[in-house]
Design a protein around this ligand. Structure first.
Ligand SMILES: CC(C)(COP(=O)(O)OP(=O)(O)OC[C@H]1O[C@@H](n2cnc3c(N)ncnc32)[C@H](O)[C@@H]1OP(=O)(O)O)[C@@H](O)C(=O)NCCC(=O)NCCS
Length: 207
């Protein structure tokens, strides 16, 4: 049963409609849909994603060198669910159901209208455009529905795949934290990247 009352096709001509002082409220569908992926809320069955997360290439990009048990994966999802400053979503391909990764808006701050973005895609689905589309879809959601004005992320300077995906979405390189990360036994710089609403590229506009 729909909880949304049906709207008349057009207002009765005799009714004066004052301009609304509120922005139109859009319905929040169960999925955020991009060009290639859909983002949805995590479900208990998604705990199986932990096996794909325990890939050295995935974890090192996220600065998590140690394998994590399924219980920790579950705890991450649960803590996000209870935290209004954290939105944690599963990435699925439009062409086939099934979780292929996760993305997050974290540290959502109302006064500054800022948040931090995180993402990972499981290795079998790398380099097919899913990461870029998930970052773009999540960023658009952040601007249009969470009222964000800025999204920040931190990425290791040697993570060319991630940097390329972020640049395609419109993220700008805003600075370098020298030797801030420790990857594969060596010190690596970290880039700070930021996205404002006007930076966000469309699918067709990506460079
Ligand atoms: C970062 C990540 C989400 C990207 O996802 P993805 O689905 O592979 O990304 P996309 O396919 O949308 O885009 C990757 C881009 O990098 C490019 N790329 C890949 N390897 C590259 C390399 N060695 N040199 C240059 N560009 C490279 C791809 O060609 C593609 O660009 P293109 O579409 O212009 O050809 C994924 O690699 C991942 O989960 N990595 C591990 C976790 C991680 O590092 N997360 C980010 C932490 S900040």
């Amino acid at each position: 049963m729909s909880l949304i009352a049906a709207q008349p096709a057009s207002p009765a001509p005799s009714v004066f409609l004052a301009p609304s002082i509120l922005a139109p409220v859009e319905l929040h569908p169960p999925f955020l849909t991009g060009r290639l992926v859909r983002l949805r809320a995590p479900e208990p069955a998604d705990d199986t994603l932990n096996e794909l997360f325990n890939d050295h290439g995935v974890r090192s990009g996220l600065g998590m060198p140690f394998p994590q048990p399924t219980e920790s994966f579950h705890a991450w999802v649960e803590s996000a669910r209870k935290n209004p400053e954290h939105i944690n979503l599963i990435i699925e391909r439009l062409e086939q159901r099934g979780a292929i990764g996760m993305c997050d808006l974290m540290k959502i701050e109302a006064p500054t209208r800022t948040a931090e973005l995180g993402i990972w895609v499981a290795r079998p689905w790398w380099r097919a455009g899913y990461g870029t589309d998930a970052v773009r879809t999540l960023s658009r959601f952040g601007f249009d529905h969470v009222n964000l004005h800025r999204i920040t992320l931190y990425v290791n300077a040697d993570n060319v795949q991630a940097i390329r995906a972020y640049e395609k979405v419109g993220f700008k390189d805003e600075g370098r934290l020298r030797e801030a990360a420790f990857v594969h036994g060596g010190r690596v710089d970290q880039l700070v990247m930021g996205l404002l609403p006007d930076d966000l590229t469309s699918e067709r506009g990506e460079g």
